[in-house]
Design a protein around this ligand. Sequence first.
Ligand SMILES: O=c1ccn([C@@H]2O[C@H](COP(=O)(O)O)[C@@H](O)[C@H]2O)c(=O)[nH]1
Length: 278
Amino acid sequence: MTPFGTRVHDAMEQRGRFCVGIDPHAALLREWGLGDDVAGLERFALGVVEAVAPLCSVVKPQSAFYERFGSRGVAVLERVIAESRAAGALVLLDVKRGDIGSTSQAYADAYLDPASPLFSDAITASPYLGFGSLDPMIDTARKHGAGVFVLALTSNQEGPEVQHARTIEGGSRGERVADLVLGRLRALNDGADPLGSVGAVIGATIAESVEHLAFNGPVLAPGFGAQGGTAADVKRIFGSVAPHVLASSSREVLRLGPDAAAMREAVRRANDDLAELG
Ligand SMILES: O=c1ccn([C@@H]2O[C@H](COP(=O)(O)O)[C@@H](O)[C@H]2O)c(=O)[nH]1
């Protein structure tokens, strides 16, 4: 398969840089007039796929909202993945996995091997068991043309407590944990053209600019919309690397449903706003 970095680069060029998160919150199911049960989950999630997957470059289902219904919820997630891909969208499964290397391989087999029913174009992963613990995911992704987005500077306000901590190298003047992650991504994507397949998660809500920390891979920027992030923030945070940034929003789009036309219009508007950044 064509490497994920190339596929996501081309998808963003063709369909825009806005990603819809498919997060079936209990409150949203109720707002849509659905029950908070598997039937409601299925109507909601597949309704969103039908409305937005034909026009989005990437959709991002959040696994937790499906897992809360057990195996039947996971079966709905499998359909969300398959039907989104069939509609031409790449699927970034937000699972934030991370564990010791041997278990990391099992996660890789679950999400990044095309033989698995949960195979996705890319997943999110946590580096907090050490960056090297992600090697099985990164290697499996590379083997199958998939991608991994590593948490670096997340959109939530609790993130900096850990992500801004200094590493022990160089004593108290050591690198920040987040900078170390971005440094590793720079090495992993070095020389890839047009874009490498190992990306970062950097929130569209963070206070600082990270333009100087740029690396040659895709960036997922959640926090756009409901958490306050805007296209102006994407410009402020990413500057000249904004074209590699996939801004992601869940609730702000999903609240417009079940009106499919309204959800589609929100996708078009966000894509236009992001395209204006250059
Ligand atoms: O730093 C991060 C990483 C992931 N997320 C996820 O994105 C969506 C955000 O939903 P909204 O409704 O647009 O706030 C959700 O699935 C989070 O788990 C994030 O918010 N921040």
